[in-house]
Design a protein around this ligand. Structure first.
Ligand code: SAM
Length: 245
């Protein structure tokens, strides 16, 4: 589904790398920054947990996993009413309209409107989301800050972290606690395989995979891009659990 920072475009390259760490010994797979679930939906594992701090997005994912069908028609008046009074609507509907009917997949950034009157964005969103829906059924979704996932509670998991890239300001959250995240990742790496998507990490993390992708569309560009190129990287903590991928 549409989502700011979606990994959908590089998932075909990145998902097999993550998948290679999911052996028979692994307890399960967790994404603490699940967003639009555009990576977790391509991972095969008996136990899959998707968490995110965004309560409306998690409510939407939970409801979709249960089989909820979004409305096929959403007008600009509906969009504005939901944006202005979210408390009057179910959280999952707010989550749906806030990203899927919003310009560029950014949270309530303006109603997707077609000046020529050719495209039906509400119908496109409906088809896009319902196409993904079947892949969400076997995932447990949880609304939590990553700091609530503790090393005592999670051992033996593969944990893929698609954090908001440093230097990007497009998220609903005010700012991301990078230093706390690095510390958390070091601790979680003792008894889990922790994989992190970022452009750069502190020196005690190593880059285990990278790929240059073209970013020709301006709405998908990030601050770290050089011209039309972005180098997507995957990191692990140096002193983490010993793993053979
Ligand atoms: C890059 S997006 C994930 C995109 C996702 N991989 C996809 O392909 O759709 C990063 C996510 O981190 C979440 N996030 C930001 N701060 C967080 C925190 N402190 N704890 C948990 N999630 C957080 C945001 O709500 C956002 O959904």
């Amino acid at each position: 589904m549409k989502y700011v920072g979606s990994k959908n475009r590089i998932a075909k390259d990145l998902a097999p790398v993550i998948q290679s760490f999911i052996t028979d010994e692994v307890v399960g797979y967790i994404e603490p920054f699940v967003g639009g679930a555009n990576m977790i939906d391509k991972i095969v594992c008996d136990v899959k947990i998707g968490a995110d701090v965004h309560k409306y997005q998690i409510a939407l994912l939970q409801e979709l996993a249960k089989g909820w069908k979004p409305p096929k028609t959403v007008t600009e008046a509906d969009y504005m009413a939901i944006k202005d009074n979210p408390d009057n609507y179910p959280d999952y509907l707010v989550g749906y309209v806030g990203y899927q009917l919003s310009f560029g997949g950014k949270w309530f950034a303006g109603f997707s409107r077609d000046k020529l009157g050719v495209r039906d964005y509400a119908d496109e969103a409906y088809r896009n989301v319902t196409r993904q829906q079947e892949l969400l059924r076997d995932i447990s979704f949880l609304c939590a800050d990553f700091r609530e996932l503790t090393p005592d509670a999670y051992k033996g998991y593969v944990i893929y972290c698609d954090i908001p890239y440093k230097g990007t300001t497009k998220y609903a959250q005010k700012s991301f606690p990078y230093e706390e995240f690095y510390q958390w990742a070091r601790q979680m790496s003792r008894e889990n395989v922790v994989l992190i998507s970022e452009y750069a990490m502190p020196d005690d993390f190593i880059c285990i995979w990278q790929k240059t992708v073209r970013t020709l569309i301006s709405s998908t560009k990030e601050r770290g891009d050089i011209g039309n190129d972005r180098v997507e990287k995957l990191f692990m903590y140096k002193d983490g659990m010993e793993v053979v991928a």
